[in-house]
Write a protein that binds this ligand. Structure first.
Ligand SMILES: [Zn+2]
Length: 285
């Protein structure tokens, strides 16, 4: 059976899309379409403090403006608490969970959680919950970065899978949603490369299939900072999507000609998909 990818784009509606997020959206879209696959859209809106419905609407409008058409229904994590809770119970049975009362302040500067609360037997309600990790190494291949090997026990220690206020933490929600929506190809920014071992650990604990992974280089601004909402990257244009898309395709190592640009975003995406090679995406030296 040939591999038919199911990719996805999973933005958080905490602001408008900027060039860095468009870069990821375009790459994941073309990478799926170039191989005859599907492309799903998931809104990661668990953080009710920071997410806004108006940005959810704006993100959908922006993707449509750029001819990035998704397949099927849009999934919203805020509507999936019961499903995450069900998977949390499975982690509770194996390999174990415990409540943690450490504040962010208390853990500041520590990359690896030292297990402070592991044997305190705190009440499971009203606290964050951590999953117990063992000493296993996680080996995986990244399509751009090659062979990777991480050990969650020394990289991060027991990690949070449930937050006191928002419920499912990022790692758990991502793993469950990718598996249940049939995603088998995860393409995202390289800032998430070091999250991958934790996510594979959860897949192993929950008996879920492992997708292929592709971590894109991060776009940087003129000062060398990652383009992100935290760094106030400007929103991408809804007025001139062709110019913005042309810039993104060039940054992906697949520049398009001016005559092609005159045919609009859909034609540009289709042309690049017919000639797509993920290895042409330039990596930083
Ligand atoms: Zn703790």
């Amino acid at each position: 059976m040939p591999f038919i990818p199911v990719g996805r784009f999973a933005p958080s509606p905490t602001g408008p899309l900027h060039r860095g997020s468009l870069f990821v959206a375009v790459a994941s879209y073309i990478d799926a379409r170039a191989r005859g696959g599907r492309w799903l859209l998931r809104i990661e809106d668990l953080d009710t403090q920071r997410c806004r419905p108006e940005y959810d609407t704006l993100i959908l409008q922006t993707l449509q403006r750029y001819a990035l058409s998704w397949d099927g229904e849009v999934w919203r994590q805020s509507q999936r608490h019961a499903i995450y809770a069900d998977h949390l119970q499975r982690l509770h049975a194996h390999p174990g969970l415990y409540a943690c009362r450490c504040s962010r302040l208390r853990l500041r500067g520590q990359e690896c959680y030292p297990g402070t609360c592991r044997h305190l037997a705190l009440a499971m309600s009203g606290h964050a919950l951590r999953v117990c990790v063992d000493a296993r190494r996680i080996d995986f291949d990244d399509r751009l970065h090659g062979a990777q090997s991480d050990q969650p026990a020394t990289q991060c220690g027991d990690f949070v899978v449930w937050r006191r206020e928002q419920g499912a933490a990022y790692q758990l929600a991502v793993v469950v949603d990718d598996a249940l929506s049939g995603v088998n190809s995860v393409l995202r920014g390289a800032d998430l490369l070091d999250n991958t071992a934790r996510q594979i650990f959860l897949q192993q604990m929950l008996g879920l299939a492992r997708p292929e992974y592709t971590h894109l280089p991060l776009l940087r601004d003129a000062q060398g900072r990652k383009l992100s909402k935290q760094n106030h990257a400007p929103a991408i244009s809804l007025e001139d999507p062709v110019s913005e898309l042309a810039a993104v395709l060039a940054a992906l190592g697949h520049p398009v000609s001016p005559p092609l640009c005159r045919q609009g975003c859909a034609a540009m995406l289709a042309a690049v998909a017919s000639d797509w090679d993920v290895r042409r995406i330039p990596l930083p030296a």
